[in-house]
Ligand binder design. Sequence first.
Ligand SMILES: Cc1cc2nc3c(=O)[nH]c(=O)nc-3n(C[C@H](O)[C@H](O)[C@H](O)COP(=O)(O)OP(=O)(O)OC[C@H]3O[C@@H](n4cnc5c(N)ncnc54)[C@H](O)[C@@H]3O)c2cc1C
Length: 432
Amino acid sequence: MDDGSLFYDVAVVGGGPAGLTAAIALAQAGAGTALIARRAPYADNRTTALLGSSVDFLEAIEVWPRCRDQAAALRTMRLVDDTGRLIRAPEVKFSCEEIGLEAFGYNIENRTLVAALEQRAAELINLRRFDDEADTVTPEDSAVAVHTSGGTSLSARLVVGADGRHSLCREAAGIEVSQRELKQFALTFNISHSRPHHNVSTEFHTPEGPCVFVPLPGDRSSVVWVASPKQAERLMAFSDEELSEAAERQSHSILGRVTVQAGRNLFPLAIERPRQFARKRIVLVGEAAHVIPPIGAQGLNMGLRDAADVADIVREVLGANHDPGAPAALLRYDFKRRADVMSRTFAIDLANRSLLSDLLPMQSLRAAGMHLLGSIGPLRRLAMREGLAPSWRSSRSNNPPRKEIPAALFKVAFSRGDFPAWPAIQAERKVN
Ligand SMILES: Cc1cc2nc3c(=O)[nH]c(=O)nc-3n(C[C@H](O)[C@H](O)[C@H](O)COP(=O)(O)OP(=O)(O)OC[C@H]3O[C@@H](n4cnc5c(N)ncnc54)[C@H](O)[C@@H]3O)c2cc1C
């Protein structure tokens, strides 16, 4: 690619972890790639539990070696019912050895991961960075035109919308999204503690949502505390000493004396699902394509699978000298992402609802489910494997269903993001 050229195979809009990863993977796949993303320090203290294949993928794009020393292995996941309700679920422990793994994954601070991604992105000669933001994105017949607020105009045969929750690219593609604001917030902060975590991540299920303590290197952990807006704001306003005490109480002192470290952030939670993952030469990745509550550490792991899938498709399409923004390529992307994103969104929504429900039958069902997971080995192992990545993913074809899955059945199950019998669906707002 001529470095001065403003016509690209692919333009990625947005430089969060999903966009940076997509840009690197696309450039590594041989695409002339533009990345339109402001260079700014990562703004919050979130951490990501990178599960299974996410680490392999980051290894393949030469990012993982740059940051693995700053990540903590996750070897055991504990779920503890801390609802104090009459019907409580038994504690469930998942151990990576049970499925023959050294670790389920690794927990890393997002700012560390993003720094490693930035470093790798700067090395690729066919990846050109515009330190800018997209002002307009206009799909045309043979390309998408992008104008930036700094006055640059460029075009690409395919645009990757990695521009987060309020995606301009999604709007430009005319993709509708279902949104449901949850009456929950997530408070994030990091702690140091007097007892070692032994690489155990512990999730306490409270009546307002889960509170998770996830290992970081050394005697440190990251905390994601999901609570009602009122409770979350109360916690946010606490002094460091008060929050340290509250976290120690919430953790039942399993980590000993807790000391809150500087910095905390509050995130309003929502579920967002687009009706399509690709349209008009634009594909969506990361939070432009899915927003879910932080339960089971799925959000960015899905975002990395979005990035891997778009790069795989573009590599093949360019290899065959075809157009990466043509309808056939978009259909393949939509097909690849739909089942993964929709099934996980459904499962996480269900898990969250069952925790919040005041209905005794729902609480009993949840307790029974947890009991089965705890006591039936094959079921527990299946849940562990599925939690890491969809098992069908490696064997599934890249192509939309033909004979093996009847199209009508596929449509009923996942068509345009509508799950059958999902009770809240009517309550969701449809926005563009
Ligand atoms: C409390 C919490 C805990 C979480 N924990 C986990 C976890 O353990 N594991 C996990 O897998 N996931 C987790 N997630 C989810 C994960 O954090 C998100 O999926 C991920 O950060 C989204 O990354 P992104 O790149 O898609 O979006 P963002 O980080 O929002 O990036 C979007 C970028 O696009 C830029 N942008 C927007 N508009 C434009 C424009 N017009 N032009 C150029 N740039 C633009 C923005 O400035 C931003 O930099 C968690 C989420 C929360 C809230």
